[in-house]
Design a protein around this ligand. Structure first.
Ligand SMILES: [Zn+2]
Length: 186
């Protein structure tokens, strides 16, 4: 387990080196490109992906969540924990596709919204519209804005204002809270 985490961490670090120029791509986008990305996000869904709606909300008891999620997934999604930086294989995920909620399968981000922030967590400069609710978190001295899946209310991460232009948003997401569905299976 430890060794696996270490190898994934190293893979993420290697990916960071290879991708550090990537935010430049995000910076060259304009507002219209972001609007299009949000409007047309379904173009990145894999064929045959079942439709997922935000209603009714998914409400499960603690035991049901325990069965559905691994310990670390439960810790992040249900107890607002944070995974160790650099541990998620999704840091290095570059294929076209959609990132959905590990708890309820709601689509949250597309690959077009991802950028390399260098933080060690999968990062996005915008989201699929309506995917999250925000809330202020006072766990550290300075208040931070955390965000939760609108369907299952699972905690995903925090959003900061130091992201690339034009949104300046950095949605810093725990990789264990996400599942990636590539558009093309091959
Ligand atoms: Zn969810």
């Amino acid at each position: 387990m430890e060794r696996r985490g270490f190898i994934q961490g190293m893979a993420a670090l290697a990916a960071y080196g290879a991708l550090s120029g990537r935010s430049a791509k995000a910076q060259s986008l304009d507002k219209k490109a972001i609007d299009d990305m949000q409007k047309n996000w379904k173009a990145l869904l894999a064929d045959g992906t079942p439709p997922v709606t935000t209603t009714p909300p998914l409400k499960l008891g603690k035991d049901e969540w325990r069965k559905r999620l691994s310990d670390i997934e439960y810790n992040v999604l249900r107890d607002e924990g944070t995974e160790r930086a650099g541990t998620s294989p999704l840091n290095a995920e570059k294929r076209a596709g959609v990132f959905v909620c590990r708890g309820c399968d709601l689509p949250l981000f597309t690959s077009a919204m991802k950028y390399e922030s260098g933080t060690g967590w999968p990062s996005f400069f915008t989201t699929i519209p309506g995917a999250f609710n925000k809330k202020t978190d006072y766990k550290l001295v300075l208040p931070r804005t955390e965000y939760h899946c609108v369907k299952c209310s699972g905690h995903h991460g925090h959003v900061f204002e130091d992201g690339p232009q034009p949104t300046r948003e950095r949605w810093c997401n725990n990789g264990v809270a996400l599942k990636f569905i590539p558009k093309n299976k091959a």
